[in-house]
Design a protein around this ligand. Sequence first.
Ligand code: RIB
Ligand code: CA
Length: 323
Amino acid sequence: MSSPAERRRILLDCDPGHDDAAAMVVAAHYGELVGVSTVGGNAPLADVTTNALLTAQIFGIDVEVHPGCDRPLVAEPLHAPEVHGVSGFAGPSLPDLERAPSTVGAIEYIIEAVRAEEGLWLVPTGPLTNIATVIRRAPDVAARVAGISFMGGSAEGGNRTATSEFNALVDPEAVKVVLDCGARILMSGLDLTRQFTVDDRLADDLAGIGTTGALVLSDLIRAYLDKAEERGLPRRGGLHDPCAVLAVTHPDTIERTLRPVDIELGGRLTRGMTVVDRRPMSRGGERTSPDRGEANVEHCHTLDHSRCRSLFLDAVATLSRAA
Ligand code: RIB
Ligand code: CA
């Protein structure tokens, strides 16, 4: 496990969903989870905020949860009940909620936290609406953070549409603000996160840990797989969100290459599509032709699956046993 000296200090911005909950556990165990904020995405803001509070409660994570934006910058709200259930947390029987959200909203909280402490990592695992709003309101944030490691987009096909990944599709304008902000950016898109297999074996291994938290995550994943099967899809997917955390806490587990990345805002078929330019760059990353954008993103493209899977299960087991 990372030593305290090198533990990255993380602000997690999320829309739980089971994989956001998994990301919170990994961030709390291997990093310093300074704060959590929530954004409308998998489910409406009130639901994802409840789910974030429940995750922290179940795993004994001492962190405030700051509700953020309940709708995208421009687009109409879009949720994923067919994937995660109407509440975003379909599956397990859950305990009564004993925690309340902070009265400090996400935007104000993130701006204040970043201005108070240089070198924080922003790790968004839902639509980027909160992060984009922070950047628009306080552009100085981009230079003060260690980086923004987000789960979203894809270099190889979408999930909500043929071309677009859900988080990016919900708020493409927000993705554009983040891509252009000048901060160090790590992108964990579907081409990476699909390598972190979520299937019945993972649900079984979680159930085998036997703690309340592990059983909740196991039941969340089982319900996710059941819903996939109900839609005629395989009982298999990617455990997306923990990848964006591991890219920060365990950079040696995820290979990345500096590449130009942009997002389509107008296409009838391609709105929300992230375009990762994987053509060879010059050694220094300079543009090799006028049509190329700046190399603005560390495109995370190759995952050490067995290592990441072990890190995840160890975090769940250790944190849930101590809860
Ligand atoms: O497309 C996958 C992403 O959308 C994940 O972050 C999942 O939680 C949903 O937010
Ligand atoms: Ca998410």
